[in-house]
Design a protein around this ligand. Structure first.
Ligand SMILES: Cc1cc2nc3c(=O)[nH]c(=O)nc-3n(C[C@H](O)[C@H](O)[C@H](O)COP(=O)(O)O)c2cc1C
Length: 180
């Protein structure tokens, strides 16, 4: 994994990808699937929508740390399986043969096989809507990942992968944040 400038976090989250969020609590890691993601500013603040019905939630709120990992098409089936199991009863890393790597600034692990992993700190939680606000601390890119299309959940059990990309950078020049 290679460190990218933290500003690049926006380019992974703004498209609203399916994510795998790792946490670390009580001496063990866990991972859950989150499709409700969004970028909310140019200062690497992003949000996840989740709540106390997930085992990961306690760790997220207690440790105030996580890693938001971005799976590509090769990881789709695994991502769905991760979201169908709970860390309360299952060691998902063992059961699904998931590879992890130590992160730099948080205890939650980087997930192998993903396109990118964003180490994050929880900065706020808006309970009425289950919105967890994160500050991205650093961005890792997996240089071995060939198919880097982002995945998107449609919401009915079907998924899409990124399609055609249009470059309108010259038109948006005045609005593009520094570093991108
Ligand atoms: C495709 C998919 C997308 C999901 N998206 C979300 C989400 O955005 N927010 C959420 O709270 N749970 C979401 N889930 C459900 C959690 O991933 C699931 O409840 C998981 O088992 C929680 O794991 P844990 O109990 O180990 O924390 C999703 C599940 C799947 C399969």
């Amino acid at each position: 994994m290679k460190l990218l400038p933290v500003e690049t976090a926006l380019t992974f989250i703004e498209p609203g990808p399916l994510t795998l969020v790792t946490t670390f609590d009580a001496k063990k890691p866990n991972v859950m699937t989150i499709s409700w993601t969004a970028a909310i500013d140019f200062n690497q603040h992003i949000l996840l929508a989740t709540g106390p019905w997930n085992y990961s939630f306690n760790a997220l709120i207690k440790t105030k740390e996580c890693v938001v990992c971005i799976p590509g098409p090769a990881m789709l089936k695994t991502a769905v399986k991760i979201g169908m199991l709970s860390g309360q009863t299952t060691d998902k890393f063992q059961k699904l043969h998931l590879k992890t790597y130590p992160a730099q600034q948080v205890k939650a692990p980087l997930l192998g096989g993903c396109i990118a992993c964003l180490e994050c700190r929880v900065t706020d939680y808006i309970a009425s809507y289950g919105l967890v606000i994160l500050q991205v601390l650093c961005v890792w890119k997996n240089e071995r990942c060939r198919d880097t299309r982002l995945l998107h959940a449609v919401g009915d059990g079907t998924f899409t992968a990124d399609g055609e990309k249009f470059c309108l950078r010259p038109l948006m020049k005045a609005k593009l944040p520094p570093g991108l």
